[in-house]
Unconditional design. Structure first.
Length: 416
């Protein structure tokens, strides 16, 4: 788009006609008239997932029954799906396993990191890290007898606190509220320079921004399956363990699927070599199959095209909001600089919750994060440029009519 020309709906829509990712939108179920800007919280349903789920229900589970573990290769699903996710995050195929939830995987990886740095007592993070990561760290410290400390510092002070007391630095690569993205390579180098390990949460990165775990030297990572990977509500998560650490310890959740020979039914645990020891219980085949469909779609796209479109969409959204909604109290929380912006845009507003509820009622789906963040996620595989224009027009109308002041929009739901 020529920035010297006026931005119109027609000029915005024209970008969709030449979009190299445009063909992917038809691969998802998206209700007519709905503008979905919440893929950073829950991705939409891929059409091929419906076909896959019908097949697994009717043919595999329905007809094969327990034979499906071998005949349909269900038993290999955690490693197979993990190896596919590895291609999205710059990892070797044997460094990623699909298992459990992000929270459980945080417990596993933080436990491993502390065991590998036994003379150090500090888990270093920030107070605005995703809460489950902080809660799991607190619970782990209690389990270990209170000898460790969760030290939470402002993002600007992280490097100042990286010293010989830090066992592991744990951060979410893209901040879930603001969309600010850390320099993973730099902070990992700084952590390693003082002898600390790193554990990165990729929940708001995988499938949305380029990630290079091997290239940046990350030790451990976890991530979510139901956001940009489009695996469905509560989809299995994944974890990454660099090859150097895989056989140096046994993770604490030593379930039978992480055993070297699970069907030998031996009474004593012996971990399988490699990242497979991070498995615990029986893999959830139905939800893992749905996740695999979402991952396969992402692997058909070019991550550089995804990143370029993500930045273009978010640039356009910021520009239009600040033009059409000026004077209504929206304060940009997301960095303008491309190098530190993820794939979302957030604004502060004291009436943020009610504004988002009014917007949802107008068929624009974003979400709210306490205390005052209205948050919009941009998934380039299915978000169009014209969606951005139409979403801002509806937001502007809400401000112009003061629709957000209706009392029903102030009623808080359990999920925001």
């Amino acid at each position: 788009m020529n920035m010297h020309e006026p931005v119109t709906r027609a000029s915005v829509a024209a970008r969709d006609t030449s979009d190299p990712l445009g063909r992917f939108r038809d691969l998802f179920h998206l209700p007519d008239g709905l503008i979905y800007l919440d893929g950073n919280s829950l991705g939409p349903l891929p059409r091929r997932t419906v076909e896959r789920m019908n097949r697994i229900l009717e043919h595999e589970w329905g007809r094969m029954l327990i034979k499906g573990w071998t005949a349909c290769e269900w038993i290999d699903a955690p490693a197979r799906v993990g190896s596919k996710i590895a291609r999205l995050i710059g990892a070797h195929a044997d460094e990623v396993i699909c298992a459990d939830s992000t929270s459980v995987n945080v417990f596993k990886t933080l436990s491993a990191a502390l065991a590998l740095n036994p003379d150090r007592t500090v888990i270093l993070s920030t107070p605005d890290n995703f809460p489950t990561d902080l809660y799991i760290a607190q619970g782990l410290i209690q389990q270990l007898g209170g000898r460790h400390e969760l030290r939470m510092v402002d993002a600007a002070d992280i490097e100042h606190h990286l010293d010989e007391s830090v066992a592991v630095l744990t951060l979410t690569h893209v901040n879930y509220k603001t969309g600010r993205m850390y320099d993973m390579a730099h902070l990992t180098r700084r952590a390693h320079a003082c002898g600390a390990l790193t554990m990165w949460d990729l929940a708001h990165s995988a499938g949305a921004v380029p990630v290079d775990l091997n290239g940046t030297g990350v030790d451990f990572a976890v991530g979510c399956g139901y956001k940009y990977l489009n695996g469905g509500p509560g989809a299995p998560a994944f974890l990454y363990v660099a090859r150097i650490w895989q056989d140096r310890f046994s993770q604490p959740l030593s379930g039978w699927m992480g055993h070297a020979a699970p069907f030998a039914f031996a009474p004593i645990y012996e971990p399988v070599p490699g990242v497979g020891r991070y498995l615990c219980g029986t893999p959830p085949i139905l939800s893992m199959s749905a996740l695999e469909c979402g991952v396969d779609i992402l692997l058909e796209a070019d991550i550089q095209h995804i990143r370029e479109k993500s930045l273009a969409l978010t640039d356009l959204f910021i520009q239009l909001v600040e033009t059409r909604c000026a004077g209504h109290g929206l304060d940009l929380a997301t960095p303008r600089e491309h190098a530190v912006r993820g794939s979302q845009v957030s604004f502060h507003h004291p009436a943020g919750y009610a504004i988002m509820q009014a917007l949802i009622a107008a068929d624009v789906i974003g979400d709210f994060r306490a205390p005052d963040i209205v948050r919009f996620g941009f998934a380039p595989l299915y978000t169009r440029y014209v969606d951005v224009w139409d979403a801002v027009e509806r937001l502007a109308q809400i401000f112009e009519t003061r629709a957000w002041e209706r009392p029903e929009y102030a009623q808080r739901n359990k999920v925001t």
